[in-house]
Ligand binder design. Structure first.
Ligand SMILES: Cc1ncc(COP(=O)(O)O)c(C=O)c1O
Length: 410
């Protein structure tokens, strides 16, 4: 049994009925739920400290600045970055990737340069690179996964001397595969390329050390790791960020403005234009405290228990085809599958009528769907606050889905 302390009481949202059935929330990869401790941190900030950070010398503005910069230091420590200059707050992971694509990619890439991506990238880590490739004449090259959704080592040989940028997710939001990003980064550096790692699905579930990974850029979103929506993080290697132009202009990112010229603030402020979402930033700090108090070892153990149980149960259903690795190796707690003869939207709508919330569709990964020769699939994603009973409800009601659609169950 997992060593995780009892956490359900921290998540009142989970204690409700949907259509007369107990809610079973299996969509944490889309967005996670927020514990009382995170809500309370925001409430305290709102009731005591709210002001515009970096904009005033009165007490509330100073307190807001202290709260904002305090979270920056917390994120630095959380990611094992060397300096707070390397931690940029953004709206979300998508904005962080766009920042790098535009501020780095656009100025560095030339016709014929290669941008290497995995075929499993979320559109957020694919479309910005496509746009930059169109504008610069660079070409996109994809690394393809095998039948189990893992990346064969020989695919990494595509990272060649023409490669200037490698952009890869740490964990796939569809397959659940954890990609060998340390080796990917090593290969990128060996040919003089930089590597951006999309950690949106990894950071909520595992310890991440950007210094040990030797990542050039690493991004994630707060709302997938217990915080409010509206905050994301870009970690960037200081020496690279220093050379990059700002992404958005105005507000705190300026130093001096003259009628015809402007000089820009130092890192990390150079990349933070306008008033930031400070409540979301405060909530991210509280989310990090909460996750660290639980401990990633205990979180991992619990999620692996759930994942093992879910894979065993789903593999026993004759009408289910798993999308992604069928065992626990290098895999996180996301399970995607196809229900034979039933469209994923029907699967999700019928499951919802039994209180079970899963995600259906292409999961913002259309090139992956096309490569896998499916239109869409259903995804159940777990967090440490899920239980084995949640998985039982999923499996029991998948039988109902088949019955509703007029097929046999098992
Ligand atoms: C792997 C991955 N990258 C990026 C994103 C984009 O996150 P956001 O919408 O918070 O920017 C997601 C969201 O599902 C994701 O799963």
């Amino acid at each position: 049994m997992s060593k995780l302390r009892e956490v359900r009481g921290d998540f009142p949202i989970l204690d409700q009925e949907i259509q007369g059935r107990k809610l079973v929330y299996l969509d944490s990869a889309a967005t996670s739920q927020r514990p009382l401790q995170v809500q309370e941190a925001v409430r305290q900030y709102d009731n005591r400290d709210n002001g515009n950070p970096h904009r005033g010398s009165h007490t509330l503005s100073l307190r807001a600045t202290e709260a904002f910069e305090g979270v920056r230091e917390k994120v630095r420590r959380f990611l094992h970055a060397r300096s707070v200059k390397e931690i940029i707050f953004t709206k979300n992971a998508t904005e962080a990737i766009n920042l790098v694509a535009y501020s780095y990619g656009l100025s560095q890439l030339k016709p014929g340069d290669r941008i290497v991506l995995s075929i499993a990238e979320h559109h957020a880590n694919l479309v910005p690179w496509q746009q930059v490739a169109k504008k610069t004449g660079a070409v996109l090259t994809y690394l393809y996964v095998d039948e189990e959704g893992r990346l064969p080592e020989k695919e990494l040989d595509k990272i060649d001397s023409a490669t200037k940028i490698v952009a890869m997710s740490h964990m796939s939001n569809v397959l659940g595969t954890i990609f060998p990003v340390k080796e990917v980064i090593r290969r990128a550096h060996a040919v003089g390329a930089v590597a951006l790692i999309d950690g949106a699905q990894a950071v909520p579930h595992m310890k991440v050390d950007v210094t040990d990974l030797d990542a050039d850029f690493y991004v994630f979103s707060g709302h997938k790791m217990l915080s409010l929506m509206g905050v994301g993080v870009l970690y960037g290697r200081e020496s690279l960020l220093e050379t990059m132009d700002p992404f958005l202009y105005g507000g705190d990112m300026i130093e001096y403005v003259h009628e015809q010229e402007t000089s820009f603030n130092e890192l990390p402020f150079k990349f933070e234009a306008g008033t930031q979402g400070i409540e979301a930033v405060v909530s991210l700090g509280a989310a990090i405290d909460y996750l660290e108090e639980l401990g990633f070892d205990a979180i991992h153990e619990k999620e692996m228990e759930l994942l093992a149980y879910a894979l065993d149960q789903l593999k026993a259903l004759p009408y289910i085809r798993l999308v992604g690795p069928s065992d626990l190796k290098d895999r996180g707690a996301v399970v995607s599958f196809v229900v034979e003869d039933v469209h994923p939207h029907d699967v999700s709508t019928i499951l919802d009528s039994y209180g079970v919330g899963v995600r259906a569709g292409h999961h913002c990964a259309q090139p992956l769907m096309r490569y896998l020769k499916i239109n869409a699939c259903t995804r159940a994603s777990f967090a440490f606050y899920n239980t084995k009973e949640d998985i039982d409800a999923l499996v029991r009601n998948l039988d109902e889905v088949r019955r509703w659609m007029g097929y046999g169950s098992r």
